[in-house]
Design a protein around this ligand. Structure first.
Ligand code: FAD
Length: 463
């Protein structure tokens, strides 16, 4: 089994993960300087090009296209809102939050439409997502979540509760007591999407410099670690969970929280007939420390979960190596879910970071005085959210009044995370307590959510 190498997807497509594009070697003047070649940076470049094909756009990437979370994720293109609806409604009103949710739902279709218009085959397919409940407490949470979703912008056809038998007819997960099916989610192959977008913006005239780390940003300027200066009316920092590493950006606005994935070898036909899973839906559970998975186009399962949640001092991994304990944990989840499928060998394990704000609300910011823009805090739901954030940034830059430019996350300033060691203690204990809550609920086959889980959500600002 391979471990690290960024991800199975990137390792497969990048042949040794070399940088292919030249680094920036000299100072530069341009119209828009984008820092980071992930989904946020690349979608922003694309949308700006659609507004104004003549714009000169330069993208500076520390490593290579897709080196961050965009090349490492599990490919759920979901409408899940990276925001606490209640908090957002208190600040911006209930209708605004409902409109935000509907924008997310429609954005999934917009992404799929753009991919077909632009001939990008990222194995996109809209099969929805199934979440199974394996305890009555998890089922009760799903029922509450369905009611709340319907109150906040989803329509009845989007989310249905499933009996155990109905859930089993989709995917036969051992111990299922029921489930919830959400029709709004699609699936993609992350590397095909991020590299496809990079080629698309290059065809339209953007220049991507790989191996070009930005050390600092200031008004209308980005300075690379090698000392080159890029001057531009707009400097857009699209580095999500890595943003605190750049001078000039707030250090404690986003905490990089770890997420890990293992992917199997292709399953045999007989294993698939034991499991079911014939409709390309994404799959997850409703534990507090939940797992998420996709069935890939070539018949593998890519299953992810938290593992070691956070590195002290907001440090980030480089090539995505995962510790043995997390690999074993994710592998054991597979055998626990699908005991009748026999041995399911692993092909690759990797990890990456998701950006989490102190109030669990994503944000988009653009200071017209300094020209510095940024977005982030997608909390692990960034595939669609990055596209929506890119629309907000592009419309704001081009002065377009749209549903995107009016979203309530524009200008939202999440409170800063605590300095260390409080930050490490807070995030690590939250996941520790969630783990304890899962064990308590499973052992007792509990009807209700363990109080300790509510406490954990409260102290870390999730609730
Ligand atoms: C394991 C895992 C699973 C996930 N699964 C899902 C999922 O199924 N669905 C979902 O919606 N979301 C998922 N996410 C989250 C999602 O992938 C991210 O939210 C999204 O990709 C963020 O995109 P981005 O472009 O903002 O950031 P990134 O993709 O992280 O891109 C930032 C880029 O900036 C570069 N960079 C960093 N520092 C600098 C610097 N100083 N100078 C220049 N460049 C720099 C990085 O190398 C990187 O390429 C997952 C994330 C992880 C880690």
């Amino acid at each position: 089994m391979k471990n690290g190498h960024i991800s199975f997807w990137m390792d497969r497509d990048l042949d040794g993960l070399q940088t292919k594009r030249p680094r920036l070697e000299a100072d530069l003047e341009t119209d828009v300087c984008i820092v980071g070649a992930g989904f946020t940076g690349l979608w922003t470049a694309y949308l700006l090009q659609r507004h104004d094909p003549a714009l000169r756009i330069h993208i500076l990437e520390s490593d290579f296209v897709g080196h961050g979370a965009s090349g490492r994720n599990d490919g759920w293109v979901s409408a899940l809102l990276s925001a606490n609806r209640r908090k957002l409604a208190a600040a911006s009103g209930r209708d605004t939050v409902i409109e935000f949710q509907r924008t997310m739902i429609e954005a999934v279709d917009e992404i799929i439409d753009i991919l077909s218009e632009e001939n990008i085959d990222a194995h996109q397919v809209k099969g929805g997502h199934l979440r199974v409940a394996r305890t009555p407490a998890a089922l009760a949470r799903q029922e509450a979540s369905q009611r709340s979703a319907l109150d906040w912008g989803y329509r009845p056809e989007h989310i249905t509760m499933l009996s155990r038998q109905e859930a089993d007819e989709r995917i036969r997960v051992d111990g299922t007591v029921g489930g919830m099916f959400n029709t709004t989610t699609a699936r993609i192959d992350p590397s095909l999407l991020v590299t496809g977008l990079a080629r698309l913006v290059e065809r339209r005239g953007a220049v991507i410099h790989e191996n070009t780390r930005v050390a600092a940003v200031a008004a209308h300027t980005a300075r690379t670690a090698q000392g080159q200066r890029v001057r531009a009316p707009y400097v857009l920092v699209c580095t999500e969970a890595y943003s605190g590493q750049i001078d000039g950006m707030p250090k404690r606005r986003i905490a990089p929280v770890n997420s890990s994935i293992v992917i199997t070898e292709p399953l045999t036909d007989s294993q698939w007939s034991t499991i079911g899973w014939n409709d390309d839906e994404c799959f997850g559970d409703s534990a507090h420390v939940f797992t998420y998975a996709q069935r890939t186009a070539d018949g593998r399962i890519a299953i992810g979960g938290r593992g070691k949640p956070y590195r002290y001092g907001s440090r980030t991994d480089h090539a995505g190596e995962v510790d043995d304990k997390t690999v074993q944990l994710l592998h054991s989840r597979l055998t626990e879910y699908f005991p009748d499928a026999g041995e399911i060998p692993l092909a690759h394990a990797w990890c990456g970071v998701i950006g989490v704000t102190r109030d669990w609300c994503a944000f988009v910011d653009l200071d017209q005085q300094t020209g510095i823009g940024t977005a982030g805090g997608y909390a692990g739901h960034g595939v669609t959210t990055a596209f929506v954030a890119a629309n907000t940034l592009a419309d704001r830059i081009c002065g377009v009044d749209s549903r995107y430019s009016r979203l309530p996350w524009f200008g939202h300033r999440p409170p800063l995370w605590e300095p260390e060691p409080a930050r490490w203690i807070g995030i690590t204990s939250m996941y520790g307590l969630f783990g304890v809550a899962d064990t308590q609920e499973e052992r007792a086959n509990a009807e209700r959510t363990a109080p300790i889980a509510r406490f954990a959500a409260k102290i870390t600002g999730m609730d």
